[in-house]
Design a protein around this ligand. Structure first.
Ligand SMILES: [Zn+2]
Length: 46
């Protein structure tokens, strides 16, 4: 099974979520694990 490294916590996980961060004028694509992804979703809600 393929493993991925979470961009945020750097854990090795098999379930990953691609997210797009917007920084000024550029977009950055990163991979987040389940936990970090749910935190990111919460932060997007404000
Ligand atoms: Zn993570």
């Amino acid at each position: 099974m393929k493993e991925y490294t979470c961009h945020h916590c750097e854990h090795q996980v098999t379930s990953i979520h691609p997210v797009t961060f917007y920084e000024q004028e550029r977009e950055r694509n990163e991979l987040l694990c389940d936990d970090c992804y749910s935190e990111w979703l919460e932060s997007m809600k404000g």
